[in-house]
Design a protein around this ligand. Structure first.
Ligand code: DX5
Ligand code: ZN
Length: 219
Protein backbone atom coordinates (compact mmCIF):
# COMPACT_ATOMS: atom_id res chain seq x y z
CA UNK A 1 0.00 0.00 0.00
CA UNK A 2 1.09 3.59 -0.52
CA UNK A 3 0.51 6.13 2.20
CA UNK A 4 -0.13 9.77 1.36
CA UNK A 5 3.00 11.85 1.98
CA UNK A 6 3.39 13.50 5.36
CA UNK A 7 5.79 16.34 6.14
CA UNK A 8 7.01 16.28 9.73
CA UNK A 9 8.91 19.48 10.55
CA UNK A 10 11.63 18.90 13.13
CA UNK A 11 11.45 21.08 16.22
CA UNK A 12 15.23 20.73 16.57
CA UNK A 13 15.57 23.40 13.88
CA UNK A 14 13.00 25.66 15.53
CA UNK A 15 13.54 28.45 18.07
CA UNK A 16 14.61 26.78 21.33
CA UNK A 17 13.88 30.02 23.20
CA UNK A 18 10.34 30.12 21.82
CA UNK A 19 9.23 26.62 20.93
CA UNK A 20 5.57 27.62 20.93
CA UNK A 21 6.16 30.00 18.04
CA UNK A 22 7.85 27.24 16.03
CA UNK A 23 4.99 24.86 16.79
CA UNK A 24 2.49 27.53 15.74
CA UNK A 25 4.33 27.95 12.44
CA UNK A 26 3.75 24.25 11.72
CA UNK A 27 0.10 24.21 12.83
CA UNK A 28 -0.77 27.45 11.01
CA UNK A 29 0.32 25.87 7.71
CA UNK A 30 -2.29 23.16 8.25
CA UNK A 31 0.34 20.47 8.81
CA UNK A 32 -0.50 17.69 11.22
CA UNK A 33 2.83 16.19 12.31
CA UNK A 34 5.67 17.57 14.43
CA UNK A 35 8.95 15.63 14.76
CA UNK A 36 10.50 15.95 18.21
CA UNK A 37 14.10 14.77 18.69
CA UNK A 38 15.05 13.54 22.14
CA UNK A 39 18.80 13.19 22.74
CA UNK A 40 20.64 11.98 25.82
CA UNK A 41 24.25 13.08 25.23
CA UNK A 42 25.21 9.39 25.28
CA UNK A 43 23.62 7.53 22.39
CA UNK A 44 24.23 10.73 20.41
CA UNK A 45 26.62 13.58 21.28
CA UNK A 46 23.95 16.22 21.85
CA UNK A 47 21.13 17.17 24.24
CA UNK A 48 17.67 18.45 23.43
CA UNK A 49 14.25 18.12 25.02
CA UNK A 50 12.53 15.94 27.64
CA UNK A 51 9.01 14.72 28.42
CA UNK A 52 8.16 18.02 30.09
CA UNK A 53 8.71 19.80 26.77
CA UNK A 54 5.93 17.73 25.19
CA UNK A 55 3.67 18.14 28.20
CA UNK A 56 4.15 21.92 28.13
CA UNK A 57 3.36 22.11 24.42
CA UNK A 58 0.18 20.11 25.06
CA UNK A 59 -0.78 22.49 27.86
CA UNK A 60 -0.36 25.34 25.39
CA UNK A 61 -3.00 23.58 23.31
CA UNK A 62 -1.01 21.89 20.55
CA UNK A 63 -3.07 19.21 18.79
CA UNK A 64 -0.24 18.23 16.44
CA UNK A 65 0.73 14.58 16.10
CA UNK A 66 3.88 14.35 18.20
CA UNK A 67 6.31 12.12 16.26
CA UNK A 68 8.81 11.50 19.03
CA UNK A 69 12.26 10.23 18.04
CA UNK A 70 14.14 8.87 21.06
CA UNK A 71 17.92 8.90 20.59
CA UNK A 72 18.62 7.29 23.93
CA UNK A 73 20.90 4.51 25.14
CA UNK A 74 18.13 3.27 27.46
CA UNK A 75 14.88 4.14 25.69
CA UNK A 76 12.84 1.57 27.63
CA UNK A 77 13.30 3.69 30.76
CA UNK A 78 11.54 6.68 29.22
CA UNK A 79 8.72 5.45 26.98
CA UNK A 80 6.13 5.70 29.72
CA UNK A 81 7.06 9.30 30.52
CA UNK A 82 6.83 10.31 26.87
CA UNK A 83 3.53 8.49 26.34
CA UNK A 84 2.05 10.26 29.36
CA UNK A 85 3.46 13.58 28.17
CA UNK A 86 1.48 13.32 24.94
CA UNK A 87 3.65 11.49 22.39
CA UNK A 88 1.40 10.05 19.65
CA UNK A 89 4.24 8.02 18.18
CA UNK A 90 7.39 6.92 19.97
CA UNK A 91 10.29 5.66 17.89
CA UNK A 92 13.21 3.83 19.47
CA UNK A 93 16.53 2.89 17.90
CA UNK A 94 17.41 -0.74 17.23
CA UNK A 95 21.12 -0.30 18.04
CA UNK A 96 21.30 -0.09 21.88
CA UNK A 97 21.10 -3.26 23.95
CA UNK A 98 17.68 -3.53 25.59
CA UNK A 99 14.43 -5.45 25.11
CA UNK A 100 13.36 -3.94 21.79
CA UNK A 101 10.37 -6.28 21.27
CA UNK A 102 9.06 -5.69 24.79
CA UNK A 103 9.60 -1.95 24.51
CA UNK A 104 7.66 -1.67 21.24
CA UNK A 105 4.80 -3.64 22.80
CA UNK A 106 4.94 -1.44 25.88
CA UNK A 107 4.67 1.71 23.77
CA UNK A 108 1.51 0.37 22.16
CA UNK A 109 0.06 -0.74 25.47
CA UNK A 110 0.53 2.85 26.67
CA UNK A 111 -1.67 4.00 23.79
CA UNK A 112 1.00 5.44 21.49
CA UNK A 113 2.10 4.21 18.09
CA UNK A 114 5.48 2.47 17.98
CA UNK A 115 8.37 3.06 15.60
CA UNK A 116 11.79 1.49 15.10
CA UNK A 117 14.80 3.50 13.89
CA UNK A 118 17.94 2.46 11.98
CA UNK A 119 21.19 4.39 11.95
CA UNK A 120 22.99 4.72 8.60
CA UNK A 121 25.37 1.84 9.42
CA UNK A 122 22.54 -0.51 10.46
CA UNK A 123 21.23 -2.82 7.71
CA UNK A 124 17.54 -3.30 6.99
CA UNK A 125 17.87 -6.93 8.11
CA UNK A 126 18.34 -5.72 11.71
CA UNK A 127 14.64 -4.81 11.92
CA UNK A 128 13.21 -7.40 9.54
CA UNK A 129 11.68 -9.51 12.30
CA UNK A 130 10.02 -6.47 13.88
CA UNK A 131 8.19 -5.15 10.83
CA UNK A 132 4.83 -6.64 11.78
CA UNK A 133 5.06 -5.08 15.25
CA UNK A 134 5.59 -1.43 14.36
CA UNK A 135 3.57 1.48 13.00
CA UNK A 136 6.60 3.19 11.46
CA UNK A 137 10.16 2.44 10.40
CA UNK A 138 12.51 5.43 10.45
CA UNK A 139 15.58 5.27 8.24
CA UNK A 140 18.21 7.80 9.32
CA UNK A 141 19.70 9.50 6.30
CA UNK A 142 22.40 11.16 8.43
CA UNK A 143 24.28 10.08 11.54
CA UNK A 144 21.86 11.24 14.28
CA UNK A 145 22.70 14.03 16.68
CA UNK A 146 22.61 17.25 14.71
CA UNK A 147 20.51 19.03 12.12
CA UNK A 148 21.87 20.52 8.94
CA UNK A 149 23.92 17.55 7.72
CA UNK A 150 24.00 16.40 4.07
CA UNK A 151 21.57 13.70 2.94
CA UNK A 152 23.10 10.26 2.40
CA UNK A 153 21.80 8.89 -0.86
CA UNK A 154 23.45 5.53 -0.07
CA UNK A 155 20.44 4.95 2.24
CA UNK A 156 18.04 4.72 -0.74
CA UNK A 157 18.55 0.95 -1.29
CA UNK A 158 17.75 0.36 2.39
CA UNK A 159 14.49 2.26 1.95
CA UNK A 160 13.69 0.27 -1.16
CA UNK A 161 14.33 -3.01 0.67
CA UNK A 162 12.02 -2.04 3.52
CA UNK A 163 9.35 -0.90 1.07
CA UNK A 164 9.66 -4.22 -0.79
CA UNK A 165 9.19 -6.23 2.40
CA UNK A 166 6.21 -4.07 3.31
CA UNK A 167 4.57 -4.82 0.00
CA UNK A 168 5.41 -8.54 -0.07
CA UNK A 169 4.07 -9.04 3.44
CA UNK A 170 1.02 -6.79 3.15
CA UNK A 171 2.22 -4.62 6.00
CA UNK A 172 1.12 -1.04 6.56
CA UNK A 173 3.90 0.62 8.57
CA UNK A 174 4.89 4.12 7.52
CA UNK A 175 8.39 4.53 6.12
CA UNK A 176 10.03 7.71 7.38
CA UNK A 177 13.29 9.44 6.49
CA UNK A 178 15.18 11.86 8.70
CA UNK A 179 18.26 13.92 7.97
CA UNK A 180 19.15 16.23 5.11
CA UNK A 181 15.66 15.98 3.65
CA UNK A 182 14.65 18.79 1.31
CA UNK A 183 12.31 18.78 -1.67
CA UNK A 184 14.93 17.28 -3.96
CA UNK A 185 16.08 14.47 -1.65
CA UNK A 186 12.46 13.85 -0.62
CA UNK A 187 11.64 13.04 -4.23
CA UNK A 188 14.39 10.42 -4.26
CA UNK A 189 13.10 8.97 -0.99
CA UNK A 190 9.52 8.92 -2.26
CA UNK A 191 10.64 7.01 -5.36
CA UNK A 192 12.32 4.47 -3.06
CA UNK A 193 9.12 4.02 -1.02
CA UNK A 194 9.24 6.60 1.78
CA UNK A 195 6.00 8.33 2.76
CA UNK A 196 6.92 10.35 5.83
CA UNK A 197 9.50 13.13 5.62
CA UNK A 198 11.24 14.81 8.53
CA UNK A 199 12.53 18.25 7.58
CA UNK A 200 14.36 20.48 10.03
CA UNK A 201 16.66 22.97 8.38
CA UNK A 202 14.93 22.90 4.99
CA UNK A 203 11.54 23.63 6.59
CA UNK A 204 12.47 26.32 9.08
CA UNK A 205 14.81 28.09 6.65
CA UNK A 206 12.44 27.89 3.67
CA UNK A 207 11.83 31.33 2.16
CA UNK A 208 8.24 30.38 1.36
CA UNK A 209 6.99 27.85 3.92
CA UNK A 210 3.46 27.51 2.48
CA UNK A 211 4.93 26.65 -0.92
CA UNK A 212 7.38 24.24 0.71
CA UNK A 213 4.57 22.44 2.56
CA UNK A 214 2.39 22.35 -0.55
CA UNK A 215 5.21 20.78 -2.56
CA UNK A 216 5.57 17.98 -0.03
CA UNK A 217 1.85 17.27 -0.24
CA UNK A 218 2.35 16.63 -3.98
CA UNK A 219 5.24 14.17 -3.62
C1 DX5 B 1 19.05 14.42 13.63
C2 DX5 B 1 17.60 14.47 13.93
C3 DX5 B 1 16.78 15.10 12.87
C4 DX5 B 1 17.13 16.54 12.57
C5 DX5 B 1 17.08 16.66 11.09
O1 DX5 B 1 19.70 13.64 14.56
O2 DX5 B 1 17.09 13.17 14.15
O3 DX5 B 1 15.40 14.98 13.14
O4 DX5 B 1 16.24 17.48 13.12
O5 DX5 B 1 17.55 17.91 10.73
P1 DX5 B 1 17.78 18.31 9.21
O6 DX5 B 1 16.47 18.19 8.52
O7 DX5 B 1 18.28 19.72 9.32
O8 DX5 B 1 18.80 17.37 8.65
ZN1 ZN C 1 14.83 12.91 14.28
Amino acid sequence: MTHAPILAPSLLAGDHANLSSSVATVADLGLSWLHIDIMDGHFVPNLTFGPETLAALRRRGSKLFFDTHLMLSEPHRYVEAFARAGADLISVHIEPTYDQVGTLARIRSLGSQAGIVLNPDTPASAVESLLASVDLVLVMTVQPGFGGQPFRSDMLPKLAQLAAWRKERNLTFRLEVDGGVDLSTAHECRAAGADTFVAGTSFFKAADQPAFAAAFAQL
